[in-house]
Design a protein around this ligand. Sequence first.
Ligand SMILES: [Zn+2]
Length: 488
Amino acid sequence: MTVTLDFGSQKDLSTRRALSDLSLSVAKCKKIVVVTGAGISCSSGIPDFRSSDGLYALVKEKYPDVVLKGRDLFDASLFRDQTSTAVFYTFIAQLKQSIDAATPGPTHHFLQLLDSKKKLLRSYTQNIDGFEARAGLLGSASHEAKSNGKGKSKIRTKEVRNVQLHGDIHRVRCRSCSAEYPCTKEHISMFVEGLAPECPECLQRAEARIARSARTIKVGSLRPAIVLYDEPHPLGDDIGTIQSADLARNPDMLIIMGTSLKVHGLKKLVKEFAKTVHSGAPSSPSKAKKWSGKVVFVNRTPPAAEWAGIIDYHVVGETDAWVEKVTEDWKKMRPSDFEVQQTLVATDGDVSMNGNFKVVAATKTKAKDAKKKPRKDEENVPPLPTDMVLSTPDVSSLTVKTVSTPPLSPSKRRQTNSHYSADSSPSKRRTLPSMKKGLKDLDRGLLFTKAAGVADMDLYDNMNDLSMQSPPKVKPPKAGRAVRVAAF
Ligand SMILES: [Zn+2]
C-alpha cells in the first residue's frame, strides 16, 4: 500500500509525522539512490514543451510547412529526412539556449547536498539539461567521466555521480565516428539554422588520407548527444555496469522525483532498486534501523496502480518544496552533519571530487604567490588557512586570523571561516562541503561541458501526449517507446 502524503495538508498530524519520518530517513540513510525526471527542472524556468507559444512556435515560424511535432521530433527516424533533421537541430538549439539561460533549482542542489554528505549512492536522471552538473555532480556524459577522454572509452564508474539516462544536450556526437565534443556557440549557431557542423576527427582523418593519396573517406556531421527513441544509448553498457554495482551495494533508500514513471526502461530500473531497498528494510517498525528501506515518490500526480507495493510513500507536491522541508528537518535532527560541514580536510588523504581540497589548494597557492610578489590587496597574508584550521581548535582565534586573509570569493570565504569541531569523529571530519567544487565557471565548464540539461522521458512522454493530436503515424508510440528504452 502506498501512503499518500499531501504536502499541502500538513495540519494533519499523521501526515506531518510521516513527512518527518521521511526526513529522518534521509538524515540517517547512507546509500540513497535518486531517480529524477522533468519535474525537478520546472522551477528552473525551462519552457514548457507542450505550450504552443513555447519552442514549438519558434520552430513553426522557421518551418511553417512542416507538420512534425511530439514524438516524431525525438525519434531516431528523423535522420532519414533532411527537413525533419533540420527541424530537430533548430529545436534542440533553442532548447539549449533556454537551458543555458536558466539555473539549477533547489532539487538539483539537494542532490549535491546528499552527495557532499556522503549519502548519495547515485543519481539517475532522465533529464538532458545537465543542471546536476552545474550543481556539482559529475555526469556520465561529461568529458571528465571518460577514462581517457575519448568518446568510446569506458566511464569512470566511481566518479560519476549522476547517470544521464538520455544523454546530454551540452554535448555533440559525430554521426559517423561517434567522436564527442562539448556543444559550442558555433555549433548552436549552425543548429539554429538547421545545419550540422562537420566532425573535426573525421576531417582530420580525411585530410591525412588525402595527404598520403589514399581513397578519401566520408566526413561525418555532429549532432546533439541526446538519446532518441529507437536509438541505443551510446553508454548503455557502462550504465548497466553502474546500475549492477549500485544494486550490489544494497541501497538503503530510493527517492523518485518529478517523473511520471511511464517509460519502460525507467520502470525496470526503479523496480530493481525498489526490490533491493525493500530487502534491506526492517521486518517490523519497532526494529532497529527503522528508517531504512523506504521507497519515496515525490510528484504532483499519483503513481499508476502498478506501483502499489513498490512505492511506499507518495508525497504529493513540488519536489523543491519537499527537499527544502527535508533539509530543514535534517538540520534539526542531525545538526552535527552541518556543523562539521566546513572542516577542512587537506591532511585527510581521502579527498573526493566533492571536497574543498581544490579550493584549499588554490588559497594556498594564492598565499604563496602573495608572499613572493606582494600586491596591494594581498599583503599580510596569514598562515595557510589549512594548517590553521587543523591545528587551531580555537574558533575565536581562527576568526580573527581569517579576517586578514586576501579577498576571496564568497564561496571561498565561507570555507575559510569554518571552525574545527574538536569532538567530531574522523569520519565526520571527512564530510565535505558542497561548494560546487569552488571552481570558477570556466573550470566548471571544462569539467562538465558547457552547462548542465531538461528533457527527460517525461519530456518524451509529453511529446507523446502532444503527438496524439497530430496526424496518425505509421508506428504506434507505445511500441517505439518500449524498444527505445530497452537499450539500457
Ligand atoms: Zn567523426
